[in-house]
Design a protein around this ligand. Structure first.
Ligand SMILES: [Zn+2]
Length: 334
């Protein structure tokens, strides 16, 4: 794996019983002191979470059903959710939950309608037949490429021809691609994560599809992520691994998250939850913490909105809202 290790001095500071970490963090990120309770709430209004996990999950038990997640997100004023499962389609479930949500709205028991969508993983297949029938529902919004245990999409440096057909179909129909790292699947036989993903990214960019790298900070360094995000490909700034997680990665260097957004710009990032196991906060709790974290790092509000409202809408083919202010969080090089 190509990921750059966190420097020894930072690891020591983060892991020791070290009261200095707090003061150092606040000194380095003075915006933290300006945060007030509920600072994240306006950023949730109109937000889209393009990477929800829920129970029943084929991988591991999760603390909430998709219905529960959708209703919490609706109550926060969010616009849409898309659920991922590594093994099966979540499209039928999305159809049923959307009907339930609509019933709650019509009967006055839910104030805000939320759009509930699903996706299909390349777990057992990789050609366009995987999604063709589900397209009819209008509820298919993402294809989860390289899920855990998925079939390989790339052989050495060549993208399989049927995968190219799948990407073309997704581009035609406004379906977003979630690009997982090849290490999710043993079938890749240990191919380097960068070498295994770069040909897929090239194909996506050439065909003109829209895609999002699945939590790239867990597999790639910032230079690699920069190269893996040509126009149309976003970096997933997900709660994992930006927030520490007992079960997935108990140590997270906050500086990496900031470095990534500084390097590639908010215009190329998408914030999403990607949580929900029994040992993590809920989707809504994680999103709230993630937004406060980004604001505390000093990202301007419009940049946060760009990553939560505008870029996710582009990924899943929804109309894009116009923000009051231009999201101006700069690329470091500019
Ligand atoms: Zn995930």
């Amino acid at each position: 794996m190509a990921r750059k290790p966190i420097g020894h001095e930072r690891v020591a500071a983060m892991t020791g019983v070290n009261p200095n970490w707090l003061m150092r963090f606040v000194r380095d990120h003075p915006e933290v002191r300006k945060l007030t309770a509920g600072a994240e709430t306006p950023h949730l209004a109109g937000a889209i979470d393009v990477h929800v996990h829920a129970d029943p999950c084929s991988l591991i038990p999760r603390a909430q059903s998709y219905t529960e997640v959708a209703i919490e997100c609706a109550n926060a004023g969010m616009r849409a959710v898309v659920r991922k499962d590594h093994s099966y389609s979540t499209v039928g479930e999305a159809v049923a939950i959307q009907r339930h949500v609509d019933h709650l709205v019509e009967s006055g028991r839910l104030a805000n309608r939320i759009e509930v969508y699903g996706g299909i993983p390349t777990r057992f297949g990789r050609g366009p037949e995987l999604v063709r029938d589900a397209l009819r529902t209008g509820m298919l919004k993402e294809i989860w490429m390289n899920p855990v245990g998925g079939v390989p999409l790339v052989e050495s440096t060549r993208v399989y021809p049927e995968v190219l057909d799948l990407i073309k179909l997704a581009a035609e129909r406004g379906i977003g691609l979630n690009l997982g790292p090849p290490n999710h699947s043993l079938a890749y036989a240990g191919i380097d994560d960068y070498d295994g993903l770069a040909p897929l990214v090239d194909a996506v960019a050439k065909i003109g599809c829209v895609a999002c790298l699945d939590h790239p900070l867990s597999s790639y360094d910032v230079d690699e992520i920069d190269r893996l995000t040509p126009p149309g490909v976003y970096a997933g700034l997900f709660c994992f691994p930006s927030l520490p997680s007992i079960i997935k990665g108990p140590l997270a260097d906050p500086q990496e998250t900031l470095d990534l957004v500084r390097r590639i710009g908010a215009g190329r990032c998408i914030v999403a939850s990607d949580v929900g196991t029994m040992l993590e906060p809920s989707t809504m709790e994680s999103l709230r913490l993630m937004i406060r974290f980004l604001l505390g790092l000093g990202l301007p509000g419009p940049a946060v909105d760009q990553m939560l409202k505008v870029n996710p809408a582009k990924l899943i083919g929804l109309s894009t809202p116009s923000l009051a202010d231009e999201a101006s969080f700069p690329r470091a090089a500019e």
